[in-house]
Design a protein around this ligand. Structure first.
Ligand code: ADP
Ligand code: MG
Length: 285
């Protein structure tokens, strides 16, 4: 196995699902709250969120728009501090995890430099910040990353020559360039057309099973959350709080045929009901 995709050793030894893994959580939020000061006063975006994610685990944050998902992810990434509560990322402070390049991020927009080739886009973080552990990643290793995301043949292509799904795969490769332990993804497929989006979740599963990162994945797609996750944290409308954490018991590897399985449909119904705004009723029901 190459150095690029080597899983954190903690993943192999993690005793996920028992009390033993609590002390080895990759991500631990305790009573996290976030207020924003706005012109019209203080706005509570996140209220009292506690969540632990084990090494190698795939957890989705599922909730309506504006419920604080991006804010939570930014707190985990060390981009903004919580107003109260504690956050531990890879055993330390989020800003330290960020500085040590232990966290990779993927957003809704791939944000590629149009004048750079795919290879040069993936390599960009290495050029911008040479302090990371893998700052000397060789060209061959970047090619290896590209083949992980299914773009081995496209290193010399420019972003405009790629489809939206391919551009987002470049963004995933770029997020993996420092070989982080943790991948934070904020609606990464939200800007894609529906057909591409449906395919990308299986593409991400393939990448995740090869690279074995701890993933926190923000989405408002129920199907995406079920197919991808080990657990789904369902958030309520603002101020965001975790209403329920569901374990997804579908077997892995997961394929499209699962989307018509009774377990998938049962979960989807349950999640739909949880996400329905309070007081809303189904016409005719
Ligand atoms: P989501 O990602 O779930 O759609 P966000 O985390 O982006 O939600 O936002 C949660 C709430 O916090 C929203 O009401 C949003 O307007 C507000 N908010 C987010 N960032 C800021 C900010 N920097 N300043 C003021 N309000 C903000
Ligand atoms: Mg958001």
């Amino acid at each position: 196995m190459s150095t690029v995709f080597k899983a954190a050793t903690a993943v192999e030894s993690a005793d996920v699902g028992t009390a033993a893994h609590v002390g080895t959580s990759h991500i631990a939020l305790e009573h996290v709250a976030k207020d924003f000061e706005t012109r019209s006063g203080s706005l509570q975006a996140v209220a009292d969120v506690s969540l632990a994610v084990a090494p190698g685990e795939f957890v989705s944050l599922l909730g309506p728009s504006g419920c604080g998902k991006s804010t939570l992810l930014r707190i985990m990434a060390g981009l903004t501090p919580p107003t109260s509560g504690s956050v531990s990322i890879a055993g330390g402070r989020p800003v330290d995890a960020q500085r040590e390049k232990r966290v990779g991020m993927v957003f809704q927009q791939p944000a590629l430099m149009p004048w750079r080739t795919v290879l040069a886009n993936v390599a960009l973080p290495l050029e911008v910040n040479r302090r990371g552990a893998n700052a000397t990643l060789r060209q061959s290793e970047i090619v290896e990353l590209l083949s992980l995301v299914g773009l081995a043949e496209f290193g010399r292509a420019y972003p405009y020559q790629l489809s939206g799904g391919m551009q987002q795969r470049v963004a995933i490769a770029r997020a993996l360039v420092f070989n982080p332990d943790i991948l934070l993804m904020d609606e990464p497929f939200g800007a894609l057309d529906e057909i591409t989006r449906d395919q990308m979740r299986y593409e991400l599963l393939r990448i995740w099973s090869a690279a074995r990162k701890t993933v926190v994945f923000v989405t408002h797609s129920i199907a995406e959350a079920i197919i991808l996750s080990d657990r789904i944290a369902v958030m309520s409308a603002r101020p965001g709080a975790v209403r329920e954490v569901l374990e997804v018991r579908l077997p892995r590897p997961r394929g499209e045929q699962l989307e018509s399985s009774p377990e998938f449909l049962r979960m989807a119904e349950h999640l739909k009901a949880l996400l329905r705004p309070a007081g809303a009723s189904i016409p005719g029901a």
